[in-house]
Ligand binder design. Sequence first.
Ligand SMILES: [Zn+2]
Length: 191
Amino acid sequence: MTERLKPTCPNCDSTRLKPVTFKETFTPRGQQVVVTLLGMKCQACGHEAGTWDQHDENLKRLAARKAAYGGLLMGEEIVALRQRYGLTQQAAAKIFGKGKIAFSRYENEASYPDDGTTLMLQAAIEMPVFIKWLADRAGVELPLWKQRTKDDAAARGALRAASPVEAAPPRAFKNSASRAKPRGKTAHAAG
Ligand SMILES: [Zn+2]
């Protein structure tokens, strides 16, 4: 029974796995930030991997490093923003007025965006309409914009359904329903 619960090496199926740690170093604003990550090393074949628990713990440790970033964004936050809208690194660079390799460097934390760019990225993360505005201005299409807009609407709908306190009283519901009438019909009735 316990034998089955023992993690095995994905490479050679050995159960001779030894916990190891490794360090990742980041340098936001020139300051060294070292994160110790957990993993397993196979004593049979040398393969390095980790358990799901270690993976979760590593994600927590990586997220916690942001406290030392002085307002800068972590590489994975920039990746998440870019991928959320289905952008390539080059398309993202065009939207934010940066050079072709800028996003590759930001995402690997080989360098960090300046404070003005950080502010724009932060605004784009918090306000979807802002990245849409920037993209339109740069003439760049956001491939997943429609999908994301649908997701957000669905999320708001689910939130309303889940919290009865937020439910609108009958009168307000009636008002919003009449407001939702197609524009053309209203114009016809008025004229
Ligand atoms: Zn192995």
